[in-house]
Design a protein around this ligand. Structure first.
Ligand SMILES: C[S@@+](CC[C@H](N)C(=O)[O-])C[C@H]1O[C@@H](n2cnc3c(N)ncnc32)[C@H](O)[C@@H]1O
Length: 396
């Protein structure tokens, strides 16, 4: 079934290649592989998110532990309360677990928003999100709405976890004659990379000077997304959490082969053209470019730090301590247990699992340092709690 879908998608990609004279820019390929209606990785199936051991391809922070969303909610609550806002907007809500965690915690803190709007490009995931919210936070589910598009003007706290990395990138490859755009062509039955002159250049002098043979990415789609958001957010704060670096690290000679990867069953594959529609494709985020795009469109950069700093500043360890002190959780139905049950006390397998998850969220060699949080905002003057210690805005 999955292989059949991949074959169908491959036929569509071949047709697009034919229409394009035998060459497709990589971002056009990635758009099809991830988002072709009914066939793409995110639009064709809905089983990719989950824990290790299941059929999933990767695990995101809200899938790892409910404490991620509950901690993020502390930052959301601060802005909702300080700015008197009543709307939260989440981009790319995946399985819906983050929405359930954030909504549930905001309710517990006494500041559940009037509406929790989700902007999701995948119809399959939208249905999964509805199911998750209905079973995990039934009393809040009617506050969730799915926006087809972003309104022209809105006020809100915006969140997006691992959304920017899922947006199609352009690839650049350095040849003796200069930089060329890397795209996709066909050789026999296989899809292969092929480079064409397109005039596109890397964004910085350091990137420009990467050694011969280097391959790197630029992110026009993610930056266009940030500009649109910035144009329309009349008041509020947007928080994006993702793996990535400032430009001086992104385009460092040590990273001269770029960051593009495919993910399949918890393994990172270098062969990103393998199995279109069956493997996730992703590239790291250029946080300097995100900050500049937002600033150019009138937003302020309110903070930038590692995920570990952000979660610690927002009280993750207090939540862990409180959850353990609460003692054993009553048995809950399985879906809601996965979303927002307290932790069982030391000794239980759930305790061990959650301790491992917290280590992963904070660990320097795990998500704690590779993942960053950036806050962009307009008309909000309160210093944000998540950036009180370890703000690295100056490194962007
Ligand atoms: C890697 S998943 C992350 C899911 C979820 N946020 C999590 O942390 O588990 C990327 C999500 O972003 C969505 N997405 C990608 N581009 C988007 C866009 N332009 N607008 C809204 N959602 C988008 C995908 O459909 C998917 O739900």
């Amino acid at each position: 079934m999955a292989l059949e879908r991949s074959a169908q998608l491959l036929a569509q990609i071949r047709a697009a290649l034919h229409a394009g004279g035998g060459w497709l820019p990589f971002d056009a390929y990635m758009q099809q592989a991830l988002y072709a209606p009914g066939l793409g990785y995110y639009t064709g199936q809905a089983g990719q998110f989950g824990d290790f051991g299941s059929d999933s391809d990767f695990v995101t922070a809200p899938e790892l532990s409910p404490l991620f969303g509950r901690t993020l909610a502390a930052q959301v609550a601060q802005v909702l309360q300080h700015a008197g806002l009543d709307t939260v907007v989440e981009f790319g809500a995946g399985s819906g677990k983050l929405a359930a965690q954030v909504l549930g915690e905001l309710d517990r803190l006494g500041c559940a928003p009037r509406q929790y709007a989700i902007v999701e490009v995948s119809g399959a995931l939208k249905h999964r999100q509805m199911d998750t919210l209905r079973s995990a936070v039934p009393h809040l589910a009617e506050r969730a709405h799915w926006w087809r598009a972003l309104p022209d003007r809105f006020e809100a706290v915006v969140i997006g976890n691992e959304v920017l990395d899922a947006m199609p990138v352009k690839l650049l490859a350095r040849h003796e004659t200069g930089w060329m755009e890397r795209g996709v062509a066909q050789e026999g039955d296989d899809l292969v990379f092929a480079d064409h002159p397109s005039g596109l250049q890397p964004p910085t002098p350091e990137a420009h000077a990467l050694p011969l043979g280097s391959v790197t990415e630029i992110h026009p789609q993610a930056l266009g997304f940030v500009r649109t958001l910035a144009d329309r957010l009349t008041r509020g704060v947007a928080l994006f959490i993702d793996y990535g670096f400032p430009q001086h690290e992104y385009y460092h000679p040590q990273r001269h082969m770029g960051t593009l990867r495919a993910h399949y069953r918890h393994r990172a594959l270098d062969e990103v053209l393998l199995w279109p529609g069956l493997a996730d494709i992703t590239a790291h985020v250029d946080f300097t470019a995100v900050a500049l795009a937002a600033q150019d469109a009138g937003l302020d950069v309110l903070g930038y730090t590692s995920q570990a700093n952000f979660l610690m500043n927002c009280g993750l360890l207090d939540l862990v301590a409180a959850a353990f002190a609460e003692g054993p959780a009553p048995r809950a139905p399985s879906s809601s247990a996965a979303v927002c049950s307290p932790l069982t006390p030391p000794g239980g397998s759930h305790y061990l699992r959650q301790t491992a998850a917290v280590n992963k969220l904070l660990g320097e060699s795990e998500m704690g340092e590779l993942f960053k949080v950036i806050a962009l905002g307009r008309g909000v003057s309160v210093p944000l709690r998540g950036f009180t210690r370890g703000d690295r805005t100056h490194t962007l």
